[in-house]
Design a protein around this ligand. Structure first.
Ligand code: OGA
Ligand code: MN
Length: 297
């Protein structure tokens, strides 16, 4: 089938034409989605009705390997029974809205900081796919920032000075900036990963600034210089003109490329309203999609 993509922002993000992703199994349609991701970096699909298993199976069909070493799994097991299914909800195991001082809630509040998923792991995250199951009656949006345009709009000498710079990303670091406390054992399991400051994506040939609140320091600079540079770059990359804001409807399924975007949750009265979201993230590994194998021979 042929998908159409309707642009939601001048630089990135698009809404796909009607499709039931549970039924998308042929590589031709999957490849149209990958090409749409190459172009738009955020794709919105409406009216999806995935079960957990179907969401996981779709992620594997689209992009291969699944991220399971999530930060939250160090604190608590997923209520979905599989660490591949990240619970991005504000409800506990018996379906109750999390209390203000619940540790899982406090940990999850860091989603309100600009970040990329799984940059604190090696291999890093590639696509995240978030399904909206229960949406509150008040705005509880997610914002996305276009990190390719953020890179493209830097001065040439700035771009040149970033070549070869490496950044330490740690999910414990982003939580600690909010005052969240980890036990020694938890910290030990959340050591983080080293990532380039500028990512080069072979499929698109485009470069992006690879930033997140997880970014704790630039290895090749004194710590305060590095932190100041990271803050300046965050400010640059999240200027309003680089941001798409998504207002969720039940059944929305949003795929984003963590190499080309950052995102953050916007605040709402989360101790009052239920918001249930389930995410699967794939790994940025050189997994050859069948279509690419076909093209190579
Ligand atoms: C995520 C995330 C933001 C939100 O699922 O990775 O950061 O608005 N979500 O729930
Ligand atoms: Mn996230």
């Amino acid at each position: 089938m042929t998908l159409r993509f309707h642009q939601l922002h001048p630089q990135f993000a698009a809404e796909a034409s009607a499709v039931d992703l549970r039924a998308v199994r042929d590589d031709e349609t999957l490849e149209q989605i990958r090409v749409g991701m190459d172009k738009h970096a955020v794709l919105v699909f409406r009216d999806q009705a995935f079960t957990s298993d179907e969401q996981l199976a779709f992620a594997i069909r689209l992009d291969g390997e699944i991220h399971r070493k999530t930060g939250i799994s160090v604190l608590q097991k997923s209520r979905f029974g599989d660490e591949a299914l990240t619970d991005v909800s504000n409800v506990g195991s018996s379906g109750e809205v999390l209390a203000p001082d619940s540790r899982r809630r406090l940990y999850g509040l860091a989603n309100r900081l600009w970040h990329t998923d799984a940059s604190f792991q090696d291999p890093r995250g590639r696509y995240s796919m978030l399904a909206a199951l229960v949406v509150p009656p008040v705005a509880a949006d997610t914002e996305f920032a276009d990190m390719r345009t953020a890179y493209d709009t830097l001065a040439e000498e700035t771009k040149a000075s970033f070549e070869g710079l490496h950044v330490h990303h740690s999910i414990a670091y982003s939580r600690m900036t909010l005052g969240f406390e980890f036990s020694d054992e938890e910290s030990d399991r959340l050591k983080g990963a080293i990532q380039p400051l500028v990512l080069n994506t072979p499929r698109t040939g485009r470069r992006s600034l690879y930033l997140a609140s997880h970014a704790s320091r630039i290895l090749d600079r004194p710590v305060p210089d590095g932190r100041l540079l990271l803050r300046d770059l965050m400010e640059h990359a999240t200027r309003p003109e680089f941001v798409y804001r998504h207002s969720w409807r039940i059944g929305d399924f949003v795929i984003w490329d963590n190499r080309a975007t950052m995102h953050r949750a916007r605040p709402f009265d989360d101790t009052r309203h239920r918001r249930e979201m389930r995410r699967v993230t794939t790994l940025d590994v050189g997994h050859p999609h069948p279509s690419r194998i076909a093209r190579a021979v």
